[in-house]
Design a binder for this molecule. Structure first.
Ligand code: ADE
Length: 418
């Protein structure tokens, strides 16, 4: 079996943490038990490019229980948990290629190593695997029956590939399932982003001006949690509707230029490029903290900051302090990479439970139905979404009411009005 990890000796620690996470992933566990019996993925090779975390390890174990042969690499050079890679290799015989802090060349070497398995299914988070496959490894496309995509940024890239008529097989947008983005993007990103900022800096949020760029599901989650810790939250948005929602949710909304001068902590979660630029950095307060929690490290224009700074040094793990010509210092967290995974452990297992239940069931659906699916980006089938919500509630010992016959008749009727 081929693999590449930092230190295989970390496996025992990795296994303990994987099992800790598994205890918090009851929906995925129940899918794993069924997969063990039914083997819906027998003979299927899966190429996975995901954050290599304890939660991902449990997804890999589930696919393996279903009969799949898996090769896994990282979807971000800074998110890999090295003990997890080691345990996947040593304890679960999964071919994994991921080292925390790997450079760009190694990152792509690992993606190519995973593609070498000649996959039937791609499982991606951010679409680097799929874009590499379609550009430099297109000889492998013929084997592929379909894929899944985990995140908003990846789904946007895939839709653009489809629009340009280059996407060559069907991909299920796991991100768009309700049991994914309503929970993972909002509560997962909300908690883990604050976790990453606090682990990196240990700053007090109470009373701080906390600027959130982007009021999508992720931005909402972060804003909500920052407010819960007593911060004064300011939202930056380009979409008038979302901006209006932020206003009516009780936040201050303003332009980046205005917020730059008053913010203590800044987080970008927009999915876009150069959201905070030199024109903003140069007006920030001394000691301002700047982080990104969007998928790619493009949201902060760090090139401009590096060009204009008169000095830079690492002052704590995950904190680079830039000295500006005006004498002020700007603290950039996690090299502008997604801070929840760079400085913390990513989303908690209980929320990844639902995201990865979607991944497992989407892979099974793809294997069963690929013959009838057109190339392009398709939603997670509604019945899968509803089933995951039902299983999650059941795992929490929560019962909900059902419609009475009278209520069903009423909802189906039009004749009863005022
Ligand atoms: N994305 C965000 N948090 C994650 C986690 N814990 N595992 C895998 N992918 C993630």
């Amino acid at each position: 079996m081929k693999y590449d990890c930092k230190d295989i000796g970390l496996a025992a620690a990795g296994k303990d943490r994987i099992l800790w996470a598994d205890d918090r992933m009851p929906v995925l566990r129940s899918i794993r038990s069924r997969f063990e019996r039914e083997k819906p993925l027998a003979g299927i090779r899966v190429a996975a490019c995901l954050h290599v975390t304890t939660e991902t390890a449990n997804l890999m174990r589930t696919l393996q229980a279903g009969g799949a042969q898996i090769a896994l690499c990282a979807s971000n050079p800074l998110s890999t948990q090295d003990d997890v890679t080691a345990s996947l290799i040593a304890d679960y015989a999964i071919s994994a290629f991921a080292i925390n802090g790997e450079d760009g060349d190694t990152y792509y070497r690992h993606i190519n190593a995973v593609l070498d398995c000649a996959p039937h299914i791609t499982m991606d988070d951010g679409a680097d695997l799929v874009s590499t496959l379609h550009s430099s490894r297109s000889d492998l496309v013929g084997n592929i029956v379909g894929g899944t995509e985990e995140t908003t940024t990846g789904v946007i890239r895939l839709r653009s590939m489809h629009k340009q008529n280059v996407l060559r097989y069907p991909i299920i947008a796991v991100n768009d399932a309700k049991t994914k983005h309503f929970f993972d993007n909002r509560y997962g990103t909300g908690q883990s982003t604050i976790d990453g900022i606090l682990r990196a800096t240990n700053v007090l949020l109470s009373g701080a001006n906390f600027v959130v760029a982007g009021y999508g599901w992720c931005g909402r989650g972060v804003a909500m949690r920052a407010r819960g810790m007593g911060a004064n939250v300011i939202i930056l948005e380009v979409d008038p509707l979302k901006a209006l929602e932020a206003v009516m949710d009780g936040y201050r909304v303003m332009q980046a230029a205005e917020a730059a001068a008053i913010g203590d902590v800044f987080v970008t979660l927009t999915g876009n490029i150069a959201v905070l630029r030199w024109e903003h950095f140069e007006t920030m307060k001394d000691g301002a903290i700047v982080a990104n929690s969007g998928h790619f490290n493009v949201e902060l224009d760090l090139e401009a900051l590096k060009r204009n700074a008169v000095g830079a040094r690492r002052v704590r793990p995950n904190v680079d302090q830039y000295a500006l010509p005006n004498g002020r210092r700007i603290n950039v967290l996690g090299e502008g990479r997604l801070i929840n995974l760079a400085a913390a452990e990513g989303h908690p297992a209980s929320v990844m439970d639902m995201s990865f239940a979607n991944q497992a069931l989407a892979a099974e659906y793809m294997v069963k139905h690929h013959d009838s699916l057109p190339r392009g980006v398709m939603p997670v089938p509604e019945h899968i979404d509803v089933e995951i919500a039902r299983l999650k509630l059941a795992s929490m010992d929560l019962n909900i009411d059902t419609l009475t016959e009278q209520q069903k008749r009423y909802l189906a009727s039009w004749d009863q009005g005022t």
